[in-house]
Design a protein around this ligand. Structure first.
Ligand code: ZN
Length: 743
């Protein structure tokens, strides 16, 4: 016992006093759960037509074994309303002793599932099917028990129950009806009563009040029939003489439904406990062992039950001890208070089960199912479960869910857009043989001589779909432009390369990050059209169609003014893309670009850069100025004496770099990632960044902002070949990779 209790603590070895504190909470919770469990256990057994004692045996023996060996410490196990429907059928077909053997077989199956680690897979079944199944059980249960509450008995099937219901309502009523209605009334009214009253669990209150009423008024009606004292325990199960097929079906059904409910319940408790993960396979093994034990001793099949587990958690249980103790209290009640239990009218139990049955139709779960668009699957499962049987319901639900998925795949985004004479066929999603009929129909809408752009944004393209597209492209008389966004499935297929790949993660550069040459080269465009201006036009129209819609809100927010964070001074070099290397967007960077990212001294003849600095710092009040140099810079090479001849303006501008050259001969060399760059021009580029920061401090507006602590200066260097951004770090006597220096 002590060992098990200790196992539940996550944080260090618990002290002795904490054990005592836990035990106090567990003790109180166990009593609350016990009070809920007794009427429910009797009711479930009664509703299924099993011996009433079997419900209590299940709660004691099954509950104990599952609590000791299961994976979910706060889970309470016992006979469950979810099993009444299948058990009623099984008992009617096989009789009670064989049903007990079926329970043992179901337990062995569950142990097998647990050992083969099937639990997680079981939960992968669509929630719509699980909720539909439970709702189907609830509806069937309510329809049957309503007849009992109204003084009759349940018919053979749900449909028969519905048909007979009007007659039952109008027909003979006796005292049992009054008891049933009182019980239901108390159960419905209980949640609206003051909190102090609600500390008594509703099922206990309802059954106790109904029992009291029946005793005080001296009604003679059917009551709980339990043997006095401890019944002689013996091995009940008997194997059938024949009919092994239906024996196996029943065992599988019970194993699946009991397993599913146990796992659902364990997961629900995990959610309450803040997402702690139960070992679901161990839970399934514990539940299987409980069913073997309960079945062998003539008990009802066991599952982890949601209502009792939630009650256990809400009553303050902390460890396994609560669920274990609750079994002890039930056993004590059977031995000591049989006389009291025998006063309970059966009509009260039936009413309790009607109430529990309606709870199986989980409205919150239904809302979730609706939100995910799975309502049809839910309805099909529910209808199948109610009209035929539970396994049929599940099978129908699974088949229907598969059919819906196929339909979604077949009708994946394939459509034609028209822009005057031009046609654009847009194809998105997975394109497989299933989509071929739809694809053929859409392509047939395009006139034979029309100019067409085939825009492919596909996750997958199989052989049949490729053949279909390729065949259509070859047969089409007009010009066809294939525009592949994302993984180039079609292009690879056309050039005979394998289209199957092992890894699912595509490493395709999105259009807005990749240079034109990478995505426009693939286009089927006439050579005459492939001019610089057509590249630009294509890029602009691509932006307009794909990127602008994504950023429209951002730009509309910026329409009335800019509030950039940073003044970014960098070289005009085409390989530097400021927004890309700083992961910034519209409105972030106020940018100045010139040859060599040079800052002329304050008060000099060139006012272009100075104007930008004054405006950015004085008016826009940027918080940071970045000077970004780069490797392979033509301006640095020119400063080192390799200037192209005959360019007067360029020569005159580059004189602003003289300060950098003087700095190089004066200062120690700077390091890049701990090493000196090999190329002389790159060493100069590093010195150049530091020099420009120095020059910036000479601007009065910059000096004032620095004094106020409202501005900071950052040196940056981009190694083009390595795609590496580095930042100036005084401590490292140079530049360090951007990732290494988290500012
Ligand atoms: Zn440059």
């Amino acid at each position: 016992m002590i060992e098990i209790v200790r196992g539940e603590h996550d944080t260090g070895p618990p002290k002795h006093s904490e054990h005592l504190k836990d035990l106090k909470h567990d003790f109180l919770a166990s009593i609350v759960v016990f009070l809920v469990a007794v009427p429910l256990s009797l009711g479930v057994a009664f509703a299924a037509g099993a011996p009433l004692l079997s419900g209590l045996i299940s709660a004691v023996v099954g509950g104990l074994v599952a609590s000791l060996f299961g994976g979910s410490p706060l889970q309470v196990s016992g006979p469950s309303a979810a099993l009444t429907v299948v058990l009623a059928d099984t008992i009617a077909t096989h009789g009670w002793p064989v049903t007990c053997a079926i329970t043992v077989a179901a337990g062995l199956l569950q142990i097998f599932f647990g050992l083969t680690r099937a639990a997680r897979a079981a939960l992968a079944v669509s929630p719509a099917i699980v909720h539909g199944l439970l709702a189907g059980i609830g509806v069937t249960l309510v329809l049957g028990q309503l007849h009992v509450v109204l003084g009759g008995s349940a018919q053979g099937s749900a449909l028969a129950n519905v048909l007979a219901l009007p007659g039952q309502v109008a027909g003979h009523h006796d005292k049992a009806v009054l008891i049933g209605v009182v019980t239901l009334g108390v159960l419905l009214a209980w949640p609206r009563l003051p909190a102090a009253v609600r500390r008594v669990p509703a099922p206990l209150a309802a059954v106790a009040l109904a029992t009291g009423l029946s005793v005080v008024t001296g009604m003679t009606l059917a009551r709980v029939d339990l043997p006095a004292g401890l019944p002689p325990l013996h091995i009940v199960p008997r194997l059938p003489d024949g009919g092994w097929g239906s024996f196996a079906v029943a065992a599988v059904t019970i194993a699946l439904i009991a397993g599913l409910e146990s796992l659902l319940s364990a997961v629900s408790v995990d959610k309450l406990r803040g997402g702690r993960r139960t070992d679901l396979d161990r839970e399934l093994i514990g539940q299987g062992a409980a069913n073997v034990a309960a079945g062998a001793l003539g008990g009802f099949p066991v599952t982890g039950v949601i209502v009792r587990s939630m009650t256990n958690y809400e009553a303050g249980a902390r460890t396994r001890a609560s669920a274990v103790l609750h079994c002890g209290w039930i056993l004590a009640a059977c031995l000591l208070f049989t006389g009291v239990l025998r006063l309970i009218p059966l009509a009260a139990l039936a009413a309790l089960l009607v109430y529990v049955g309606t709870k199986l139709v989980n409205l919150n779960g239904l809302k979730e199912v609706r939100r995910h668009g799975d309502l049809p699957v839910y309805v099909v499962t529910l209808a199948g479960a109610v009209a035929v049987n539970l396994l049929t319901g599940v099978a129908a639900g699974v088949l229907f869910a598969l059919a819906l998925m196929l339909r979604r795949m077949i009708f994946s985004g394939i459509h034609v857009e028209r822009d005057g004479e031009r046609h654009r066929v847009v194809i998105e999603g997975a394109l497989t043989f299933l989509s071929v009929p739809r694809l053929t129909r859409v392509l047939a809408e395009v006139p034979l001589h029309a100019e067409v752009t085939l825009e492919l944004h596909v996750d997958f393209l199989d052989h049949a779909a490729f053949d279909c597209l390729r065949g259509w492209q070859q047969a089409h008389a007009g010009c066809v432009t294939v525009d592949e966004i994302g993984h180039p499935w079609f292009g690879r297929g056309r050039s005979g390369k394998p289209t199957v790949r092992r890894s699912v993660a595509a490493r395709v550069v999105p259009r807005w990050l990749a240079p034109w040459s990478q995505w426009q080269a693939e286009h089927v465009v006439l050579p005459a059209q492939r001019t610089a201006s057509s590249l630009l036009c294509r890029g602009a129209s691509e932006f307009q169609r794909r990127t602008a819609p994504l950023l429209r809100d951002t730009w509309s927010g910026l329409a009335h003014g800019q509030q950039p964070h940073t003044l970014f001074i960098t070289c005009g070099d085409a390989r530097i893309v400021p927004n890309l290397i700083t992961t910034s967007g519209p409105g972030d960077l106020f940018t100045v670009r010139n040859i060599g990212n040079l800052v002329p001294p304050a008060g000099g003849t060139d006012s272009s850069v100075g104007a930008a600095i004054e405006y950015a710092v004085g008016v826009l009040e940027v918080a940071e100025i970045v000077v970004c140099g780069h490797s392979g810079c033509g301006a640095m090479k020119a400063l080192l004496g390799r200037a192209p001849a005959g360019l007067d303006q360029l020569g005159s501008w580059l004189r602003h770099g003289d300060a950098t050259l003087r700095r190089r001969s004066r200062e120690a060399p700077l390091l890049l990632g701990g090493e000196r760059p090999a190329a002389e021009a790159d060493q100069l580029a590093l010195q150049n960044v530091v020099q420009q920061l120095e020059t910036l401090r000479g601007y009065p507006v910059v000096a004032a902002a620095l004094d106020r602590g409202a501005l900071r200066l950052t040196g940056m260097y981009f190694d083009v070949g390595a795609a590496q951004v580095s930042l100036l770090d005084a401590a490292a006597r140079g530049f360090v990779p951007a990732g290494a220096l988290e500012h």
